[in-house]
Write a protein that binds this ligand. Sequence first.
Ligand SMILES: [Zn+2]
Length: 333
Amino acid sequence: MKGSGRHLAAEGLSESGELNMKMMPFLAPPLLAFAACAPSSDIAETPNAIAENNVSAEHLAKWRKDNPSWYAVVEPFQLVGEQGAGIYYVGTEGLGMFFIPTADGHIVIDGGMPDQAPMVADAIRKLGYDPKDIKILLNSHAHLDHSGGLADLKAMSGAQMTASEGDRSALEGGFYLGSEDEDFLNAPPVKVDRIITDGETVSHGGVTLTAHITPGHTRGCTSWSLDVEQGGKIYDVLVFCSATVAANRLVNPPQYEGIVDDYRSTFAKTRDWTPDVFLANHPGFFGMAKRREKQKAGDALAFVDDQAFGKFITTAEGWFQDSLRKQTAAEKP
Ligand SMILES: [Zn+2]
């Protein structure tokens, strides 16, 4: 995979699209500590109290200000498949959300930020579908920039929330695993209705998705694959969970027990994957903007590239090795 780092850089790929410590606006949120020593009857009256949905408006405003691409509207469009089937993009410039229509109601992967369910719903309506007809909600991983909108999408549709056991506690608790006290990382809690395991499938309306647990970025990080037909050919599509380090602590104490081994197992497991279509929850990972331009210019298979994932995962593994070296060195006296 020589030259892959340069190639990806040329496509605008960097870790900077992801949630990382540099972006985190509130380094020492005192609210929980304060709440813990206040009499319980006062908690509801705490100034700037975390709203009922577990997320403060002030924190959201800061996330929005610091990450404008996450909120930049993209006209929804079909990534691959025939009209009315396959997979559509309903995310923003910086956050990938995906829509899979079926005659029996629809499937959505990821909900974006805690205030983004209305944006996802709008995108679905623009495609000619009703967000109330979402039947299955899937999640790549339990971080607020991908799980935040799920509770609202579930409330508006009554869809079944399906996720991995590893991410269940964070989804249902509305926290970032291992950073439970950092309330600026909170998401609205969402109840998981069905737990899936590695290799298990979710079938609905004639569409089958396979779950691949690719842990590290979160404990239950889940990549999803499905076959999509276009022009008489079948393409295997991967919506990859992520394998970047981003905000995670790898050492002393690790974000969660076993995180380093999990990353290594994910790189070993995915290194040889060659999906025809590589998609991810940060569109910079798969060079979406450039591919979309090609598609608009007439290339109906602009998102088909079975080399794209290999280049990405090789680069991500390099980032991981760097981060591990740096974080380990920083711990030495
Ligand atoms: Zn994440």
